[in-house]
Design a protein around this ligand. Sequence first.
Ligand SMILES: Cc1ncc(COP(=O)(O)O)c(C=O)c1O
Length: 424
Amino acid sequence: MLDEKMKKAVPSVTGRFTPVTTTHAKGSWFHTEDGQKWLDMAVGIAVVNTGHGHPRVIEAVKAQLDKIVHAQANMFYNPTVVEAANKILEVVPGEMDNVMFVNSGAEACENAVKLAKQATRRPVTIAFKGAFHGRTHLCMALTCSKAVYRGYYEPLPAGIYHARYAYPYRTPASEDPVDYAISDLRKVITTECWPDDVASIIIEPIQGEGGFIVPPDEYFKEVRKIADEIGALLIIDEIQAGFGRTGTWFCHEHYGVTADIVTVAKGVASGFPLSAVVSRSEYFDKCKPGTMGGTYGGNAVACAAAIATIDAIREEEMAANAERQGEKLRGFFAKMAETYPQIGEVRGKGLMDAIEIVKPGTREPDPAATKAFAAEVVKRQVLILTCGMYDNVARFLPPLNISDDEMDHAFNVFEDAAKAAWGS
Ligand SMILES: Cc1ncc(COP(=O)(O)O)c(C=O)c1O
């Protein structure tokens, strides 16, 4: 057992959602050092989408370890890295033909913004209120979901302006959610900067940290239209919503739009650190060699994991399972909402689902009731996370191949937890 003194070597600044120490995991379950078995409905924040230790991924990784680990991208081509890039191009929508590998979600967003700036030779980036794109300095400036991601770090990089995201549940009743958000975007690009200074608009297809906010399809079509009108590149950040999570390979497929640049990370490699900027050679070719990159981007072992991950998602039809299980999950909570007025809204796509928790009879966010519910769930050894600009959203991110029995187990726990947290 890890003693408290040893644990002190790991700083608390990153935050920790549970006090447990995990030693191993398989499928939808992880185990603790004191012999507990937990159902994982967070999977490393939407990372281990194929379930822990998917045999196909583990086998591919072991085989790659015997070949080469670090085929540094500035030195060589490597067949595994090139194959991973081509596999990703098979599944990302749009006319994409280039994949630049980096290591984390933030690094992918950072490089997507750099690509747009260099390809357009324009200085400005438009992001959205409620957005989360990571924790580097540039990504903190793009991010707008909570003060903890920005406070203490000012000044942040300039040239970034934020517009309203379409948030139907929190749009004033007198307004249309799409018009309300789009009119603000138009206002930002005409009153806070010159439209022809805008290099890119960066947007999540469902806002993740911001509260699992699902915008109307029409909103995305309008954002695409505005990017085209002003000659800006549209960056869609699929880091949390991508790789089968919402029942399609990528979430923006639901909206019938394509991006100019897509950022991927998390689910791409089932837990191995890999991320990528996916775009077109017409943009990458405008950039001078050496102006982007890094030592570790496109690690061969992580790339082997990505190839196996894509094969497993495809062959085991995990996106279809995500769609089916997600419908069940939202149906379950819609029924619970009839008993518990604390559930203000149930929303999501596929297995990227959430409930927004409010004071009964109002839309006033209730972070205390959210914390109480999550704590009761965690007490029963099911791991869920919270999110939201007001800390009042419980989010559910099980593996895409979760079974019916595992979902039923979670539903029983959610019922008991709601009763314990909210009474009745
Ligand atoms: C939509 C989105 N973009 C970017 C990031 C940043 O990814 P990373 O934590 O790997 O830097 C996240 C992480 O949660 C995310 O959800």
